[in-house]
Design a protein around this ligand. Structure first.
Ligand code: KIV
Length: 275
């Protein structure tokens, strides 16, 4: 069954939890889709886990379009949400609509995600009015890392907690179909979840959200530059890859790979004619 924004609305209504993961390429998207993931986020975490940048700020529209297309080809049932990169929507409502349109048209997104609350509500409203579903993103918003002064849990003071709830309501009023809550105290995330009628998708925001999202390299142990507290490791794929790569190096060195079964044959009489 193809998941759409209606799946999100229905999940909230019926109290069903939404499972979302990031993906950045065709084969990973296919595997996640086959596993029954409801939505795939082509996150700008691409900058960290795929492109090796220290933060997400250098990620471009072209990067997101390129990876969005690849994921869309692999996602038959999952809703494909593509992140709007830094400075593709903050600059103006016009830029936001044009760039969201490019992500849909060229990047084959089925929804876009952008960071921020009341300050980007005008952009969210205009994108939604153009017929493009928008997912919000509140709490620790990595594109503002320099303003935050590092990766810190958000919403811990009364003022910050109130602002988070107000921002979630502003996104809902602007027409967002859901909102990611990143690195927010669990009890506050649960309050936000009660305060809005759109689903909240948590990452480091506890079990009281309507759904969860993780960066797939984190949950598979494939990225060790930094591992936030909220990550659960579901498999040690990074270690399995390292071992397999090392065995390959050894076997190529020893001449034991390729073996007979990995080799194509040619008739002896053809070979003999060559000498
Ligand atoms: O870019 C990303 O992967 C994200 C998730 C952390 C929510 O925005």
């Amino acid at each position: 069954m193809k998941h759409t924004v209606s799946t999100f609305a229905e999940a909230k209504r019926k109290g069903k939890r939404i499972a979302m993961l990031t993906a950045y390429d065709y084969s990973t998207a296919r595997l996640e889709d086959e596993a029954g993931i409801h939505a795939i986020l082509v996150g700008d975490s691409l900058g960290n886990v795929v492109l090796g940048y220290e933060d997400t700020l250098s990620v471009t529209m072209e990067d997101m379009i390129h990876h969005g297309r690849a994921v869309a080809r692999g996602a038959k049932n999952a809703l494909v949400v593509v992140d709007m990169p830094f400075m593709s929507y903050q600059t103006s409502v016009y830029d936001a609509v044009v760039n969201a349109g490019r992500l849909m048209k060229e990047g084959r997104a089925q929804a876009v995600k952008l960071e921020g609350g009341a300050e980007v509500a005008a952009q969210v409203k205009a994108i939604v009015e153009a017929g493009i579903p928008v997912m919000g993103h509140l709490g620790l918003t990595p594109q503002s890392i320099n303003a935050f002064g590092g990766f810190k849990v958000q919403g811990k003071t009364e003022a910050a907690a109130r602002k988070l709830i107000e921002d979630a309501k502003a996104l809902e009023a602007a027409g967002a179909f859901s909102v990611v809550l990143e690195c927010v105290p669990a009890k506050l995330a649960a309050k936000v979840t009660e305060a809005v009628s759109i689903p909240t998708i948590g990452i480091g925001a506890g079990a009281g959200c309507d759904g969860q999202v993780l960066v797939y390299q984190d949950m598979l142990g494939m990225f060790s530059d930094f591992t936030p507290k909220f990550v659960k490791r579901y498999a040690n794929v990074g270690e399995a890859m390292r071992e397999a790569f090392a065995t390959y190096v050894d076997e190529v060195g020893a001449g034991t790979f390729p073996a007979e079964e990995h080799t194509y044959a040619i008739a002896d009489e053809v070979l003999e004619k060559l000498y």
